[in-house]
Ligand binder design. Sequence first.
Ligand SMILES: Cc1ncc(COP(=O)(O)O)c(C=O)c1O
Ligand SMILES: N[C@@H](CCOP(=O)(O)O)C(=O)O
Length: 465
Amino acid sequence: MHYVSTRGEAPTLGFSDAVLAGLARDGGLYLPAQWPTFSPAEIRAMRGLSYPDLAIKLLTPFLGDEIKQDVFERLVREAYGTFRHEAVCPLVQTGANTFVLELFHGPTLAFKDVAMQLLARLMDHVLAERGQRATIVGATSGDTGGAAIDAFAGRERTDIFILFPHGRVSPVQQRQMTTSDAANVHALSIEGNFDDCQGLVKDMFNDHGFRDRVQLSGVNSINWARIMAQIVYYFSSAISLGAPDRPVSFTVPTGNFGDIFAGYAAKKMGLPIDQLVIATNDNDILDRTLKSGEHRQTGVVATTSPSMDIQVSSNFERLLFEASNRDSAVVRRYMASLKQSGAFTIEAQSLASIRGEFGAGRADMAETAATIRSTLEKSGYLLDPHTATAVHVASSLPKSDVPMVVLATAHPAKFPAAVLAASGIEPALPKWLSGLMERKEKFTVLPSEIKMVEDYISRRTRVAD
Ligand SMILES: Cc1ncc(COP(=O)(O)O)c(C=O)c1O
Ligand SMILES: N[C@@H](CCOP(=O)(O)O)C(=O)O
């Protein structure tokens, strides 16, 4: 299996190099050269597999021959051994034909753990085999950072620097990033919003001198392995609802477009998905794009679902590549226009293809709060604000016989203030995190200035030791 860049001007890589590279050297994102596919009979035969066994079956074709099968199996089992629910990602029925897919049973209570626990182990393995080290730099609007720090803390071969927007993450999210005592962990509070943090990370990847000097790697969903690991729960939930003999729809709380792109990948691999619905909060660039065909960035507004406060949606580039029949020249034109004028207009054929695959909707903060309240009243289920945006969008769709699965991307206890205000209930952190809010914080505040951030990282990474 080989990996190609969406911009077509970077070397084609094997799996291990694509994982270590993060962003391609031409600024693009890696995708498998072909989608592995599974026939209905093969999907039927997956019924009854445990989550790790399903992950091994679905993900092995992406590895080529680069990771030995017994090693991969061990890494998968270790990764999902960190989850507190036996099913790893259990499905809960909340209405007649509606389900919530709980992705928050990992160490940091967010769906990011599903991919990050595996990615950290894969990276560690590849670096050890090669006798290399890496400097990992990541941007977070709250959840990726905590998940990455948990997964990489104490690992000998990596130093990890997480950039989060100053004052714009929840107190629980902040402490998950700032209370690690591992020497290889560095939390940087950036004076800006998430898009500024993600822009800094991409600028560092595009500064090839810096990139090579510190052996830069990324763990945001620009990294293919993040998307890859997220494909599995689309299969596990759809199979438990009758796939491949019954189609299933998904509504996904969306920001950087990684999670829902994993659903698109699952469909490409043969899973019968009826609708893939993008749910946004007030930062609704993707909802507007699907409606108008124009992708136009506006300012980010702070909401009660802070992890979705994003206007530069990285993985949309992967979809543009697919929708244009993998025409990297078209993608380069869109990206150049986005850089120059903050907007581009999607060509008619690509737009039709995107609209054929995806629906979209938005929920403002009042609708999100009302959904938390009404879901609790109707079904006794307490949603987090991100999941609530998707429940609101799903409930606004025309009625259908196809089961609708909403991805529950975070535990409500990560956002106690918003959940309390909406429902009157203050969700408690699980036992293993109960001392979190009392732990001592350690972080550095930096301006959103590339040179200052690069300088900070260069002085602290142990890559050159
Ligand atoms: C809780 C939560 N929900 C939804 C999202 C959006 O997911 P994606 O960025 O993959 O679209 C995020 C952040 O990415 C998140 O942390
Ligand atoms: N919502 C994310 C933003 C970064 O997304 P990623 O999936 O690209 O890592 C977060 O919580 O940090």
